[in-house]
Design a protein around this ligand. Structure first.
Ligand SMILES: *Cc1c(COP(=O)(O)O)cnc(C)c1O
Length: 331
């Protein structure tokens, strides 16, 4: 049977990319000079609202790294993070020489479990090691239990670094993901809901913090006509060409979200006929997911497990129509 492989998360062009990149090229503004950097930041600030400030950088990972540094995380400090997430949510803890404290996920959102979170905090406090920060991730675009997680963090006075890398366009109780943390990180990597051909953003609560973050992201050069550096900085700023692509893509974010959400409906329909496969959904109307990726749970007591299903889809290009064990005998 002929099969067309559907790529997991291909990027889509909005149609503005060519114009915007050409304009940057015509002005010879390829790198850290140019209007698109500021424009992308302004557009993201307008989109997110709540008077947030945005600094665009060269990856979501660097946004998380800068976020931890701004929260004052030092070598030897402990930082809470989820067990089930992409490794880039955790690596920046190790860049600093701090220690990740892994907290398990929960069933309804697949994100940080509020009960396990509080237990972990109490456990670390009892050992005299109060965590310096909590990295909370909205996995696959499904928001974590924002109210509960924030309440716990506020109660114990631990700042949240919200990893919204996968959740641009998702909401919780009408508020936008990317606005719930003391600091928040967004990714524009090529596989995300929109891309800047590689890049990320740090979302901050004040201009003062943004100025600090900008300095860290541009080698911490002091404001003198000569090279003076009082602290260790990084080369993390986003280029004007990348920002031009980001501006072009942000124009069509809503379309991308609608499209991913219809992919989710498609799979929900498709798998509704198959016993043993559950398409993961948000728990209730408080959650609005961009469904960046659609995920499923496979009940392995129903004749096949996740790898069996994957293998079947690979061979037939469609889900099993009957018990997988029987399907395989027909190959
Ligand atoms: C993609 C991703 C990141 C890292 O973003 P990059 O732009 O690829 O560096 C961090 N956390 C999560 C949860 C991600 O999915």
């Amino acid at each position: 049977m002929g099969k067309t492989r559907i790529m997991l998360s291909a990027s889509h062009q909005s149609g503005y990319e060519n114009d915007f990149i050409s304009k940057a090229l015509r002005n010879n503004e390829l790198s850290l000079r140019g209007n698109y950097i500021g424009e992308f930041e302004n557009n993201l600030e307008s989109f997110l609202g709540k008077d947030k400030k945005v600094l665009v950088v060269n990856s979501g990972t660097s946004a998380i790294h800068l976020g931890l540094l701004l929260l004052g995380v030092k070598p030897g400090d402990e930082v809470i993070c989820p067990t089930m997430t992409f490794v880039a949510a955790v690596n920046p803890i190790l860049y600093i020489g701090a220690l990740p404290v892994f907290v398990d996920s929960e069933e309804i959102t697949w994100n940080l479990c509020p009960i396990a979170l509080e237990k972990a905090i109490l456990n670390r406090i009892s050992k005299g090691k109060k965590p310096k920060a909590i990295i909370a991730v909205h996995s696959y675009g499904v928001p974590y239990q924002v109210d509960l997680i924030c309440e716990i963090a506020h109660f114990y006075k631990i700042p949240i670094l919200e990893d919204s890398a996968e959740a641009l366009g998702s909401c919780y109780r009408g508020g936008k993901c990317g606005t719930f943390g003391d600091l928040s990180a967004i990714s524009f990597n090529g596989n995300k809901i929109i891309t800047s051909a590689g890049g990320g953003a740090l979302v901050l609560n004040s201009l003062e913090l943004k100025v600090k973050a900008l300095s860290l992201a541009t080698q911490s050069k002091e404001n003198f006509p000569y090279y003076l550096h009082k602290s260790i900085g990084f080369n993390y700023r986003m280029s004007n060409i990348n920002a031009a692509v980001g501006c072009a893509q942000l124009e069509k974010l809503e379309d991308r979200v609608n499209s991913r959400r219809s992919v989710n409906s498609f799979y929900r329909n498709l798998f509704s006929k198959i016993d043993g496969v559950l398409v993961f959904e948000v728990p209730d109307d408080n959650y609005y997911s961009n469904y960046w990726l659609t995920t499923i749970l496979v009940d392995s007591t129903k004749g096949f497990d996740n790898q069996g299903l994957q293998y079947h889809l690979d061979i037939y290009g469609k889900p099993p129509t009957m018990n997988l064990a029987t399907d395989f005998q027909q190959i």
